[in-house]
Design a protein around this ligand. Sequence first.
Ligand code: HEC
Length: 198
Amino acid sequence: MPNGLRGTIVAVLVLLLVLAAFVAIFIYAGVYNVGADAPHSRFVFSALDELRDRSVTSYARNLAPPADLNSPKRIAAGAGLYDEMCTVCHSGPGLERSELSQGLYPQAPGLARQSDVSLAEQFWIIKHGVKFSAMPAWGKTHSDELIWDMVAFIQTLPKLSPEQYKAAVASAPQEHEEMMKEMTGAHARPEVPHEHSD
Ligand code: HEC
């Protein structure tokens, strides 16, 4: 190996080591403020934003919405689920913003506006949640079908007045709530034997 090349490789390795040492000192010294009331710097914010967008786009690539996504049945079911589980963070037409939602960082976007996030991407985010944000992974307790119901309802949100929103929630089927409770085990009925795979 020519001397010049060897010198360059050594210099690059030393530089990498120095960089790694700086990163380690930065982390261990506790300089970074993780408080949710201290916004990221512009650089960290856009890096994380891009990371999230690229990740969601890539993981949601092969997902296709069901053919009956716009069916009134799905939309009604989604309305009930949305009102119960999502409004505390995402609010909704005519609803007051909760105290909890005001303290979130990153903020939960209002879903009653046109979104540039595709249907498949919305499904993926609802199912898997988003690390380092308050968005939970609802797929741990809800079937894919129920998650598509929520995606279906979210599409109607931007056009709903507060009255129409209330009517949509009131039209939600009651048995859906029951179904959810059974899925999370809160209402496990002894007469229905549960199959355990573990
Ligand atoms: C505890 C708060 C919280 C709850 C409850 C919550 N979310 Fe979220 N959600 C968030 C936050 C915060 C984000 C933004 C994440 C980010 O910036 O990466 C988010 C992002 C999303 C997005 C992506 C929106 C976009 O345009 O980028 C969708 C869709 C979504 N949530 C749907 C739901 C649905 C449906 C429910 C109810 C089943 C729900 N969320 C419940 C906090 C919450």
